[in-house]
Every structure is written in C-alpha cells, then in structure tokens.
Design a protein around this ligand. Structure first.
Ligand SMILES: [Mg+2]
Length: 121
C-alpha cells in the first residue's frame, strides 16, 4: 500500500490524518515538525506522498517542502499542504516551494481521500 508521511505539530491533526489514512489502507509515518520530517525522508524508504502543515516550529512547511524537493527521488512526489481557509498568499508560496496541492482544514475523511485520489495516490 502507498506510504504517506504526515507532518504536523498538532497531535490532534496528526491523529485525525493517521486514522483516516490507515482506515483507507495507507501506511502512515508521522513527524511533528519539518526537521523531524527531513530526518525521516533521509532515513526511511521513499514515501509515496507527503502531507504537511505550514506553521510548525524548527523548520516550517514551506522550508520543509523546499528541502524535500532537493532530493532527486522526491522531485515529483505529491506534496499536499494543510491550509486554513483564506490564506491564499500561503497557497501561492507553497506552490512556488513545490507543493502539489492543498487540503483545507478542517477536512472530512471524504475530502481528504478525494485530494489523494486527485494526485493519484
Ligand atoms: Mg501547525
């Protein structure tokens, strides 16, 4: 099954994502900030997709996306960012950093799975 790296400093959001994704059959790995996520990208088998929050301590979502895109094997990996409604500037910044798309918080399980389907994961 496809593996997904979930990056968010909120335990609640990570748990919500993990619950939905695991039930849908995905394998989920978690990281609590961009720094931990980079460690996992460097040391674990390649993930099929990444879902990342934007506002996080240490390395934030934008910084994390930029760093991930440097790895050749992650050049085309779908990276979805979690955004709150109405932060268009952040969406643009995320796109420029290399994000594939976004998921608006709060999300329903169906909305989350629909976004993954859209990026063919
Ligand atoms: Mg956050």
């Amino acid at each position: 099954m496809p593996s997904i790296l979930v990056v968010d400093d909120s335990n609640t959001t990570r748990l919500a994502l993990k619950t939905v994704l695991t039930q849908a059959g995905y394998t989920v790995e978690e990281a609590k900030d961009g720094e931990e996520a980079i460690q996992k990208v460097m040391t674990l088998p390649k993930f099929n997709a990444i879902i990342t929050d934007l506002n996080m301590p240490k390395i934030d979502g934008i910084g994390f996306i930029k760093e991930v895109r440097v790895f050749p094997e992650y050049r085309f990996t779908p990276i979805l960012m979690l955004t709150t409604e109405g932060v268009l500037a952040k969406k643009e910044e995320g796109k420029r950093a290399g994000a594939t798309g976004w998921i608006v918080k709060p999300f329903t399980p169906d909305q989350l799975l629909a976004v993954l389907k859209k990026v063919q994961i």
